[in-house]
Design a protein around this ligand. Sequence first.
Ligand code: FE2
Length: 337
Amino acid sequence: MVSKRTIVLGIESTAHTFGCGIVDDEGNILADVRSVYVPEKGGIHPREAAQHHSTHCSEVVKKALAEAHISIDKVSAIAIALGPGLGPCLRSGAVIARALAVHFSKPLLPVNHAVAHIEIGKMLTGAKDPLIVYVSGGNTIIAAFSGGRYRVFGETLDIALGNCLDVFARKLGLAPPYIIEGLHVVDKYAEKGEKIIDLPYVVKGEDLSYSGLLTAALRKAREPGVRIEDLCLSFRENAYNMLVEAAERALAHTKKKEVLLTGGVGASPILQGKLKLMAKEHQAKLYITPKKYMGDNGVMIAWTGVLLYKSGITVDVKESFIKQRWRLDEVDIPWIS
Ligand code: FE2
């Protein structure tokens, strides 16, 4: 008897990206369509981003089905990122996911966004049991699987690394755009840095604190004679080295032989180089999620949906509440034995 192929349609809307991905149970990516909200100025405005998602959701889902060359009746289930993320953005994605599930009588799969970043990284790199370094605009987490869940060994105590880098660049007038020639603008300016300026470096056990670094660096920028390039170099050295130190402590503690880098900030070649060196010192191998799937996308939601579906985990539409602060370590992971 031939078993039925599972196909999951996943929806991502936790922050600036509205994405729809379609994936089968062998990890084949059938569709990956995204529409990204770009604020006119400043950071993400949650209500504006949600408005963007509501405006574009229909065309994104239609495009994804067309890209996959399937009609929705071939889809086994609908996966939705219910958190963590920005409330209005999460709500806009949840509304369309619930509507699709109800209208087409499909099971609804509740995906944690952080778990999705990890699972897509593992699926695409082949990492089996890594120490996870998940760094993005909204999250900075060092985690590893143990006893049925991804356990958090270290995390930021205040702002996320990506947020710290973006706010720093924005307040200095260097961004947007945040990416120049494939590099974050802070990495780009740091290339011409020549000397290190003393800035806060705050690692507390395996946890990190970035807010003091940000405040002090912005204060330094107002001092006469301070070169922006030197400041960017000093800022990013501290920001990245703090993360690598915390990851190294977690690696020594867990004795994992793999390190997986995932999340949008992981695209930095400077950060990748530092983590690679650290992993090598501990005879561990660094796995880097392909750049295309480091940032937010619907494919990672769809793939995690496949794992949930195969584990028999669905959510009743009436119970499919969004969870803005849904922690990684609150999620049971039954697909890892
Ligand atoms: Fe993300």
